[in-house]
Design a protein around this ligand. Structure first.
Ligand code: ZN
Length: 643
């Protein structure tokens, strides 16, 4: 059924409730917010969905560690996301939680439709399983035969009964769909990646688990919990009440955009469409996969301790400045790098200098020569027509770019107009016209044109920076809210500004930031490195207190802002532990992975540059400062005691 073209539906993925919200979450959600605000502005009835993914083994285990129920853990943690969306001014229409009763019902409904279709069967799954990542890995994906490629931990071989979904059956149909619908997967690079993944052959998908219980149970076989991805993907339908006869929200399907990170494109562009095909439900119109953010050029991760809390950025700058930065700094679809320097630069250059200055200099002139009353436009000139024409011709470009989620390009077009206005003011030299009473009307017309164009620009700034847009709009029109429009053509209508209105005095909308001061404020204080002391002689009992074991290094990375410290994940026979060691001048992280070394395992935890270390890797330091590890042969298993 073709949907009413005045509705618009966009989603973010539902975020894993065990995660702390970081820049990546903010990025996806701001992008979805920008396009949904833009559509709403043009009179669309929109539905913008976000939420939290709350089931699975990891939640079950974290809850156990904290001695609370999984639901209590989810209740607590999902607030972090809600709070951030409120701080970021996100205008989502619903917030779905996979523990909501209506969602559970919908998951079972979809599962049963697929089963009735003959697409679900009971089989046996075996493979290398990583518990923290809730993923099975194939031989080719594993590192060193048993290490999880995502987190560097040791996987375990699992064999379990599992229900399977006949994914393989839909292989050709998916390929055909991708080829027939050029917009189905964006950007192009991701589309090619998916085409080659599907072309290599799809294996049936294991869609139930028996090794934990925190999830949606299969109706007739309650040992089985439905695979988290089947559970999670269904949220896009359950939030609409898709399986309820009289849900008003059903009209939003098919969704216009699933906005996702590139790491989960496969789930959205292969598994999800196959599930929908099985259930006879129309496919999403478009899945857009964006890139990843690094921080100061380094990969962001919880364990690296360089994940910045977006709430902190918002308090130090503003929601709008942060939103603008995220959308302007990198083309949507490519990877980007966050640094405070770059953010400050964007604020000072684009916001304070270009846009802020345009507004304040215009209002300054109006104050000086017209007592802040909007003049008439009664003395036209050729330059004005040319400028208006240029602006109007740019509006379709901006609209097209926004509709394609080419956010940075849309902003570049807006800023080209801003710069053309700044140039227009310089060329018209209003301060000269003010000297002569006979050119007073012309001066008024020039100021009118600039104010009128700023009014128009407010509409395109609004999706990105809603608060600032309204401030600017009010500054130039006197009105609190944007006058409603119903199409892009409405936005091409110029000279709509009302003359004779007395405007308020306005402070700087985007104050400049003192870079040095701000960098001092936002740079985390560095912990002093722990000094080693010389120990007195000890007896054997004392020595026996020291537990030394063989440890296999599973993963290693540099500690940010330190050339000396390396942070390693080491298997000492039990759960992998994090150990920070000052051997970074001798070794590259990649040199160390896979080595078996001697580790003191019962040291009290110590914090080194903000990272907690749980143990010490033994090494000798040569005269030239180079380290030599006490390396053990591969035949010594991780966890073996050393005496
Ligand atoms: Zn893993």
């Amino acid at each position: 059924m073709p949907k009413d073209n005045k509705t618009f539906y966009v989603s973010t993925p539902i975020y894993f409730v065990n995660d702390k919200p970081h820049i990546g979450h903010a990025y996806t959600t701001v992008a979805a917010d920008v396009i949904s605000r833009y559509k709403a502005l043009l009179g669309y009835e929109k539905f913008f969905l976000t939420g939290t993914d709350e089931h699975g083994q990891k939640i079950e285990e974290s809850a156990k560690e904290q001695n609370i129920s999984p639901k209590d853990l989810a209740d607590k943690n999902m607030q972090n996301f809600k709070q951030l969306w409120s701080n970021l001014n996100i205008g989502n229409d619903a917030f779905i939680r996979t523990t909501d009763a209506y969602h559970k019902e919908a998951v079972l409904k979809l599962y049963n439709i697929m089963k009735d279709k003959g697409d679900v069967y009971l089989g046996e799954y075996s493979g290398a399983y990583c518990t923290p990542c809730e993923s099975y890995w194939t031989e080719t994906q594993l590192i060193d035969e048993n290490i999880c490629p995502d987190c560097g931990r040791v996987t375990k071989e699992l064999k379990e009964a599992s229900y399977f979904f006949k994914l393989s059956k839909y292989q050709d149909q998916i390929l055909e769909h991708i080829k027939a619908n050029p917009d189905f997967i964006k950007p192009e690079s991701r589309k090619n990646e998916i085409i080659s993944f599907v072309s290599e052959g799809l294996r049936d998908l294991s869609i139930s688990r028996v090794n934990f219980s925190w999830g949606i149970k299969v109706d007739e076989d309650s040992d089985h919990v439905i695979y988290v991805w089947i559970d999670a993907l269904t949220n896009y339908l359950s939030a609409l009440g898709y399986f309820d006869k009289d849900s008003d929200r059903k009209k939003f399907w098919p969704i216009d955009y699933h906005v996702v990170g590139k790491d989960i494109i496969r789930f959205h562009a292969v598994y999800w469409p196959a599930m929908l095909m099985s259930a006879g439900i129309e496919l999403p119109k478009s899945i857009f996969a964006h890139g990843w953010w690094t921080v100061d050029g380094k990969k962001m991760s919880k364990s690296m301790g360089n994940a910045i809390d977006p709430n902190f950025i918002i308090t130090k700058f503003s929601a709008d400045a942060f939103r603008y930065f995220l959308m302007r700094e990198v083309p949507f679809g490519l990877d980007g790098d966050f640094s405070y320097k770059a953010l400050i630069h964007r604020v000072n250059t684009d916001l304070a200098n270009d846009l802020g200055n345009l507004v304040s200099r215009t209002l300054g002139l109006l104050d000086k020569y017209f007592d802040r009353v909007v003049p008439e436009y009664n003395t036209p000139a050729k330059e004005d027509d040319e400028l208006y024409e240029y602006i109007i011709s740019n509006i379709d470009t901006i609209d097209k770019r926004l509709n394609n989620l080419a956010f940075n390009k849309a902003l570049m077009s807006v800023w080209e107009i801003i710069s053309s206005l700044n140039k227009y003011i310089d060329a018209m030299k209003p301060w000269n016209l003010a000297k002569d009473e006979s050119t007073h009307d012309r001066l008024g017309s020039i100021l009118y044109l600039i104010l009128d164009t700023i009014r128009l620009l407010s509409y395109f700034i609004y999706p990105f920076m809603p608060e600032s847009s309204l401030k600017i709009y009010k500054a130039v029109t006197g009105d609190d809210s944007l006058e409603s429009v119903t199409s892009v053509d409405d936005l091409k209508r110029v000279k709509l500004l009302k003359s004779g209105v007395k405007l308020d005095e306005v402070k700087q909308i985007f104050p400049r930031i003192d870079e040095a001061e701000m960098l001092k404020e936002v740079t985390p204080k560095v912990d002093k490195e722990i000094k080693k002391d010389i120990i007195e002689k000890i007896n054997f009992t004392d020595f026996e207190k020291v537990e030394i074991k063989a440890g296999k290094i599973l993963g290693a990375e540099r500690v940010p802002k330190s050339d000396k410290l390396l942070k390693m994940s080491v298997d000492c026979g039990d759960e992998p532990r994090i150990i920070v060691s000052g051997i970074g001048k001798t070794f590259e992280p990649t040199d160390l992975i896979g080595k078996t070394v001697a580790v003191v395992t019962n040291l009290l935890p110590a914090k080194l540059m903000g990272v907690e270390s749980n143990g010490m890797i033994l090494a000798a330091t040569a005269d030239d400062g180079k380290h030599q590890l006490l390396e053990l042969p591969d035949t010594i298993k991780a966890g073996t005691k050393i005496k």
